[in-house]
Design a protein around this ligand. Structure first.
Ligand SMILES: [Zn+2]
Length: 607
């Protein structure tokens, strides 16, 4: 055979999900033949069968010879070994035929396609920009590759407020800020239904495959990149969102998405909603049926530390284990295994228009909240995320050729150091409670306007005043807000208070912080005041959190790698909002409807 790129290619789809090539039972999706630099041909892809003599477990320490990560492994069966090996269902004639088909297909694939086959958005939840630098010498996998081969923005910020998960994920592929996207927080008080709602809660749909409330993107008021590809009628592009968190799977994919999948920590299953389909796809049922979460019983992390510092997940399957999986690097590993299955089963990157896959690794956020950015746990999960991304990139490389995948990596927000750590460092900061802010406000409103439930609910540091009561008593809304703002403005460690009236009229100090708040104020959904604390002050009794407009929360990684991208470091200030219009430009589709970003033309190569 002539020499070919060691790149995977797709063969007859009839072989996909069959046990034809090998495997006696269960899930085999050996749909790929790869030729390596020595011209040896391999059948490869996913299997849970133990029939492959050369299969390689994907996890460091499989619990048994056959079961690793739910029994799903990447099989690599060298074709020339087939006659001698245990796999006898496959004739040499067929092998020769397939290699011949492959050879011509390889030539066809060796010229990169004009457009990426797949847009892969990777969000690492709570991954501060400086984690790229702090642990750089430990990265040898996917993060290292992105830093070396991608267009790296060293000063990308979130230009919205509050810096929370739902908003970050809604921004990544819409380019919109909350004022337009309508996603004003992870949750807020809905004045129409008089209820507290989540960014993705939807009573008209049901969860499929597990527990929990129905969820959909119906509150998202703008289009995503995936929506625009679909509306451009470029072909049968598929758009899929995956995460451990529902909001992080649903919001980046958008309203026209084919599917969003997330993790149910009560059952250990991946689930979805009737918004997307009436029943879970068969491959998801099969994935869940293998109980892959159970394989993480006893999972060890912080392994490189002293034995006393290493951590272990519960030893037996059950609710405790499933929630511990979420809060440890195991959650990301489980997600990555699910993502590989999604790519294979939903044929991502194999449609005639560019597909979109959004993947959000959530476990980094749980670990960060618990231990803070300076803990060894955060270092450990960051390094493991680097390795995991290498695994995902290798998989895509074998399946589609990574040169056909446009990767975007970012985060939904950063995080504050632990207040106790800040105190050690002689830095400002500390903890406060919602009561510290809202009790003086209640007292001032009652003193001025009489007894009553003046505050109906709060979202973050934003109160929702009882407008019905204000009207019934004949008071002016603006006057009530002014009194409420005055009461809280003098509280310790409150930096600034904006009222709804000031924000809508633009009567605020003109600086970048005010701009972030104004861009995020949605007249129908936002509260009556926006209260900003001094830097490093958090409303959390334990651990740490995020949500402020300050750099430690707003400074995020933003890296693009793949077709049309000019690698290098770019030092100018840019916004996460710039990503969506840039990707839309590369694909030649309409800019997402709420985008306020600019095209990052400096990273674009000509076609
Ligand atoms: Zn988050």
């Amino acid at each position: 055979m002539p020499s070919f790129d060691p790149r995977a290619l797709i063969i007859d789809p009839v072989l996909s999900h069959s046990t034809y090539l090998a495997g006696s039972s269960g899930f085999d999706a050996l749909s790929v033949i790869a030729v390596d630099s020595s011209d040896d041909a391999f059948v490869t892809d996913l299997t849970n069968s133990g029939d492959f003599p050369t299969w390689k477990p994907r996890q460091g320490k499989p619990r048994s010879a056959k079961a690793s990560l739910g029994g799903v492994v990447t099989a690599e069966q060298k074709l020339s070994d087939l006659e001698a090996g245990p796999v006898r269902k496959y004739s040499l004639l067929t092998a020769t035929l397939i290699i011949a088909i492959c050879s011509s297909a390889l030539f066809a694939q060796s010229v990169p396609a004009k457009q990426p086959k797949l847009i892969l958005l990777v969000v690492i939840d709570q991954f501060r920009y400086d984690y790229l630098l702090r642990f750089r010498d430990q990265y040898t996998g996917g993060l290292s590759r992105l830093l070396n081969e991608g267009a790296v923005f060293d000063n990308a910020h979130l230009e919205h407020y509050p810096t929370v998960t739902a908003i970050g994920h809604a921004t990544a592929l819409t380019g919109a800020t909350p004022a337009l996207s309508g996603i004003v927080g992870n949750d807020w008080y809905d004045r129409e239904s008089h209820k507290r709602i989540l960014s993705i809660s939807d009573e008209t749909v049901k969860v499929l495959g597990g527990n929990g409330d129905g969820a959909s993107p119906h509150r998202l008021l703008v289009s995503t990149l995936g929506d625009e590809i679909k509306m451009a009628h470029l072909g049968n592009a598929h758009v899929v969102g995956v995460s451990l968190k529902d909001r992080s799977a649903i919001l980046p994919a958008g309203r026209m998405a084919d599917a969003a999948y997330w993790y149910d920590a009560a059952t250990g299953n991946f689930v979805s909603s009737t918004y997307y389909f009436a029943d879970l796809p068969e491959w998801v049922k099969q994935f869940d049926a293998r109980r892959p979460s159970d394989d993480f019983a006893g999972y060890e992390w912080l392994t490189g530390m002293a034995p006393s510092q290493s951590k272990h997940l519960p030893a037996t399957p059950g609710r405790d284990l499933y929630s511990a999986v979420f809060g440890s690097p195991a959650g990301n590993e489980l997600l990555e295994a699910f993502v590989e299955q999604a790519i294979a089963a939903e044929s991502l990157g194999r449609h005639d228009a560019t597909d979109v896959l959004t993947v959000s690794f959530s476990s980094n956020d749980v670990v960060g909240h618990s231990f803070g950015p300076d803990a060894p746990e955060v270092r450990d999960i960051s390094i493991r995320t680097d390795r995991l991304l290498a695994r995902l990139f290798d998989y895509l490389d074998r399946l589609l050729g990574l040169q056909n995948v446009l990767v975007m990596l970012t985060a939904d927000h950063g995080v504050s150091p632990l207040p106790e750590k800040l105190a050690e460092w002689k830095m400002p900061g500390g903890r406060m409670t919602g009561g510290d802010l809202f009790n003086p406000m209640r007292a001032a409103l009652e003193a001025k306007f009489g007894k009553g439930e003046w505050i109906l609910d709060t979202a973050g540091t934003s109160p929702y005043l009882n407008l019905d009561l204000i009207r019934a008593k004949g008071f002016e809304e603006a006057e009530v807000r002014r009194i409420a703002a005055k009461a809280v403005a003098t509280e310790p460690h409150v930096w600034r208070v904006y009222t709804r009236d000031q924000l809508l009229l633009g009567q605020v100090p003109h600086d970048p912080i005010s701009d972030r708040v104004i861009r995020s104020f949605n007249a129908k959904r936002s509260g009556d005041l926006e209260i900003l604390l001094e830097p490093y002050w958090i409303r959390s009794a334990r651990g740490t959190t995020h949500g402020t407009p300050y750099s430690y929360d707003s400074h995020i990684p933003l890296i693009f790698m793949g077709p049309r991208i000019r690698p290098g470091h770019y030092f100018q200030n840019v916004a996460l909002n710039d990503a969506a219009p840039t990707l839309a430009t590369i694909l030649g589709v309409e800019t997402p409807s709420g985008s306020v970003g600019r095209v990052l033309y400096e990273i674009l190569r000509d076609q």
